[in-house]
Design a protein around this ligand. Structure first.
Ligand SMILES: *Cc1c(COP(=O)(O)O)cnc(C)c1O
Length: 470
């Protein structure tokens, strides 16, 4: 994992959460407290908990801010942050491309109606089955682009008869991201080492239609990491110029052995735009990041576009996870609030020690409204048999009582997407809000869903059949 996670917070220079008249109507972040609490109560009552709520209107606003800030760039949504069909369709309509990391993601993007020229597949150590699938798709959709991070993957594509659009993923040697598991720029797993990238690109151009170079440093770009972002972008700009004009070092060079100039369509500098998970963290100053990116890339060769691929930024603050308090237990050390969502529904706190804001929306019978309760340090824990199954420890919340509804904020990215069935827990339901109208887009899984694959397997279906015979 970890081509992606992270983002303890993000900081900007001037944006302050929506008081700026220029951002009215589309503030740089939607905090958990900005959601309509009555509406969330109604949704929880109607659809039960745990429940993801994903607001497509907010997804559209996020797309719009990205497209405005990076007006001259191609914006590609890294779909792994949230592959829900409703989200993909909203992003498609907002004009973004789809950046896919697996055959499954590509399949979803196709189903959501992205045209071939808006599909990008980035292979990270791709299994043969994925390559077979992608090459098959490319036959029908020849404008699809495949990004490869190893020379070996080029050979494997050529073996399958692929000679279409190729982008070379470069390991820039600089990483960003607040958690080591989420830095990719420096990890050998990702991309071709910077020093060998020009050679790899030239050799790719002999066999394929080389259209771009790509780098993704990791996740959680914030003001502290703007410098490494700048460095990455600068290196990529340099590489693009070197590929376009290999004789640049020696003006007037007519060396017949000099490599041919390569015409790229784009330089993709990746995603990793941070969102402010902490209540007191300022939102990312997107225009400032865009400006820094433009400056750092300097002048790209004529006809070469800049591209970015944000995932988290598009969906994170458009989602909340609603969960209800099952039980409250006081121990000498901690007050433990047991809720009906766990690490199987939202894995980030257990996996990355990630912080998610939590708001008590109240609702417990006979209890005062949350505003009238004391802020009390509590540990919010899920129902999974794992010590790590907590959403926070000793955090001050309006003292929760059994039956209260809690909203876990900024849960739209890598939330449902990483949900799993550990402890044989069915995955939660998800509703999408579209112009305020709620629709169930992923029904709650049932206990029967847990065993579908098993029951459909040969041995078990034979046994089930013989049990019927008896
Ligand atoms: C995960 C990923 C992204 C998006 O990262 P975010 O932090 O969600 O913006 C972009 N590009 C690549 C190649 C990725 O793997």
């Amino acid at each position: 994992m970890s081509d992606h996670e992270g983002g303890a917070g993000a900081a900007g220079r001037s944006a302050d959460g929506g008081n700026d008249p220029a951002t009215d109507g589309n503030p740089p972040v939607r905090r958990v407290s900005d959601w309509n609490a009555d509406r969330l109560h109604d949704l929880a009552t109607e659809h039960d908990t745990p429940l993801y709520v994903q607001d497509l209107d907010r997804v559209r606003e996020n797309c719009e801010r990205l497209v405005d800030a990076f007006s001259e760039a191609d914006v590609r949504y890294a779909v792994k942050a949230n592959t829900g069909r409703a989200v993909l369709e909203a992003v498609r309509d907002a004009g973004l491309d789809a950046e896919c990391a697996s055959a499954g993601e590509l399949d979803r993007a196709l189903a959501a109606g992205f045209a071939g020229d808006r599909l990008h597949y980035t292979a990270v150590n791709p299994p043969a089955r994925d390559l077979d699938y992608v090459v098959g798709v490319a036959e029908a959709e020849p404008k699809l682009t495949v990004t490869v991070g190893a020379v070996d993957a080029l050979d494997r594509l050529a073996d399958r008869g692929y000679d279409g659009r190729i982008c070379v993923r470069v390991n820039p040697g600089v990483g960003a991201g607040h958690h080591e598991k989420v830095r990719t720029g420096g990890a050998a797993k990702f991309g071709i080492p910077y020093g060998r990238a020009a050679q790899a690109a030239r050799s790719a151009a002999e066999r394929f239609d080389l259209v771009g170079i790509h780098a993704h440093a990791g996740s959680g770009i914030d003001s502290d990491q703007l410098d490494s972002h700048r460095e990455l972008v600068a290196r990529m700009g340099e590489l693009a110029r070197e590929l376009a004009d290999p004789g640049d070092d020696a003006p007037g060079d007519t060396d017949p052995d000099a490599p041919a100039s390569l015409d790229l369509e784009y330089v993709d500098v990746g995603g990793g735009f941070g969102v402010p998970y902490r209540e007191d963290a300022p939102p990312l100053d997107l225009p400032a990041v865009a400006e820094a990116t433009r400056e750092a890339v300097a002048s790209l060769p004529a006809g070469v576009d800049l591209a970015i691929e944000p995932g988290r930024y598009v969906v994170a603050d458009a989602g909340v996870l609603l969960t209800r308090v099952n039980a409250v237990k006081s121990t000498p050390d901690e007050r433990v609030v047991g809720v009906d969502a766990g690490m199987t529904d939202l894995l980030r706190p257990a996996m990355y020690d990630a912080y998610h804001p939590i708001l008590n929306l109240g609702g417990a019978d006979g209890e005062p409204t949350p505003e009238r309760r004391d802020a009390t340090p509590v540990t919010v824990a899920g129902p999974i048999c794992e010590t790590g199954d907590t959403f926070c420890r000793n955090r001050a919340l309006a003292d929760p009582a059994r039956g209260d509804l809690l909203a876990v904020g900024i849960a739209g990215a890598y939330g449902y997407e990483m949900a799993n069935q550990y402890n044989s827990r069915p995955r939660p339901a998800e509703v999408a809000l579209d112009e305020g109208i709620a629709t169930v887009v992923r029904r709650r899984e049932t206990l029967a869903d847990l065993t579908t694959v098993e029951r459909e397997s040969e041995r078990n279906s034979a046994r089930d059949a013989s049990e019927v015979d008896r």
